[in-house]
Write a protein that binds this ligand. Structure first.
Ligand code: HEC
Length: 443
């Protein structure tokens, strides 16, 4: 091939200027011409439609071009500011399997697409539509257990924690690999905890079955006291935005035969009366798993947050009594919650952060470790929470008050739920047995 010298390049350029410029212009337009079907829809499918599809928590669906078009400027703003998709973990600490965050490149693609006029492009470029089980984020459940009676909710005022006991009817060992809680009146549900009550448990034994009740309506004083404090295993916790449980094929949660599920519902009012009938969908393990998943908690209920303080620190420690594999975290605070950390405190005193959440009461997410972490017996876990009880906290219901632990959202909580995997034949009591000295880690 003949090598062109500088002059011949210049000549060629001069001669070919007009057609060349046109081609280059076309090429740039082609390269820069992003379309909904080819470039944007795949991102929406993977990162947004879990909430932005009909019937889910986001107010508008982003499934079709027509649905998405009116929102393009808002989408640009929401992804560029990283307001969407919602995720509150400090990216400098840990990696999480359920982190929905967009890459800088995906954000750029969306912004450029909007700036170029948000063109639809060719529908034949679209990826196949993503299939969802109607009404669920997990695949179609094997079994759905619903609270038998709806709970009427007033328009205003506090609602005491409401319970409903739902018999499972399970006659053999049941291993749950995935589960999801679905309130029917989502706007009224501040949290739901579904507990497993095995036949041997005395918890709420005198309480009615299959109808809603609150602690103060129970006749037995023991039941009234017990309602709040149980050592029953947690099947799943729900709060707005929280993700369903999905364990790998060798792990599951266990429901003994003859168990009841106890739904503990915290409802809030919002000016509209409603009624709620929450369900839990279960997908069973097809074969008995190698490991059992336990939900434990690091809880501190002995704090007093002074009025006006904007960074009040509350911490709690616990030592693992046995080996376990750490799987995931679910921090829980109320309206003054600001930050929540989980750490390992090593023997030499160094603190290794596992998760730091810039807490948002309206987005109580779970954080599932991308790589589960094996921890030895004796590992010291620490949870630290910071509360903002100042006027600068726009959600603060009363900056003048000293705040202590309590049920209602104007009270506070400090609970670091976390999930661990242990051998399949070990329950929570056995897990805590081998060594003592773990007073505050889980109940
Ligand atoms: C976990 C559920 C969830 C995911 C995932 C999610 N959204 Fe949202 N989105 C919501 C909810 C709920 C709202 C309405 C309440 C709010 O604004 O917080 C919302 C609101 C929005 C808004 C309106 C914001 C405004 O200005 O009012 C936009 C735009 C948006 N989402 C875009 C996206 C995009 C783009 C993605 C994916 C990259 C995404 N969302 C992922 C739940 C979600």
């Amino acid at each position: 091939m003949k090598v062109l010298n500088r002059r011949s390049w210049a000549l060629l350029l001069l001669l070919g200027l007009a057609p060349f410029a046109l081609q280059a212009g076309q090429a740039a337009a082609m390269a820069g011409h992003l379309t909904f079907y080819k470039d944007v829809l795949p991102v929406l499918q993977r990162h947004c439609q879990v909430c932005h599809r009909p019937g889910e928590i986001a107010p508008m669906p982003f499934v079709t071009y027509e649905q998405t078009k009116p929102w393009t400027q808002a989408i640009r703003q929401a992804v560029q500011s990283r307001q969407m998709p919602p995720w509150f973990a400090d990216p400098a600490i840990g990696h999480f399997a359920n982190d929905p965050s967009l890459t800088p490149q995906q954000i750029q693609t969306i912004c450029d697409w909007v700036d170029q006029g948000a063109k639809p492009g060719d529908p034949s470029d679209a990826p196949p539509p993503r299939h969802w089980a109607a009404g669920w984020r997990i695949p179609q459940p094997d079994r759905i257990l619903e609270m038998p009676r709806p709970v009427p909710l007033p328009a205003e005022g506090d609602v005491e924690y409401t319970y409903e006991i739902v018999p499972t009817g399970f006659t053999k060992d049941t291993w749950v690999r995935m589960s999801e809680i679905r309130p029917s009146a989502r706007d009224h549900v501040h949290h739901a905890v579904v507990y497993v009550r095995p036949p041997s448990s005395h918890w709420l034994r005198h309480a009615p079955i299959g109808v809603p009740f609150t602690a103060s309506t129970l006749k037995e004083p023991q039941d009234r006291r017990d309602a709040m404090w149980t050592d029953s295993e947690v099947l799943l916790v729900y709060a707005p935005g929280s993700a369903p449980d999905r364990w790998s094929t060798d792990r599951a949660k266990y429901i003994p035969p003859g168990s009841d599920l106890v739904f503990q519902m915290h409802y809030t009012t919002n000016g509209h009366a409603a009624s709620d009938q929450t369900s839990i969908g279960l997908i069973f393990a097809k074969t008995p798993p190698k490991e059992r998943v336990l939900t434990l908690q690091l809880t501190n209920d002995k704090f007093v947050i002074p009025p006006g303080v904007d960074n009040y620190r509350v911490e709690v420690h616990g030592t693992l009594p046995n080996d376990a594999t750490l799987l995931s975290f679910f921090p829980h605070m109320h309206l003054r919650g600001k930050r929540f950390e989980y750490n390992i405190v090593h023997r030499d005193g160094t603190v290794e952060p596992l998760l730091r959440v810039n807490y948002n009461f309206y987005w109580q997410l779970s954080y599932k470790l991308a790589t589960p972490r094996s921890l030895k017996a004796g590992t010291e876990l620490q949870a630290v929470a910071w509360f903002d009880n100042s006027r600068n906290n726009p959600h603060n219901p009363d900056p003048e008050s000293s705040v202590t632990w309590g049920d209602q959202t104007y009270d506070e909580m400090m609970v670091g739920f976390f999930d661990v995997a242990v051998p399949a034949n070990m329950d929570k009591w056995q897990y805590f047995k081998r060594r003592a000295a773990t007073p505050r880690l889980a109940q």
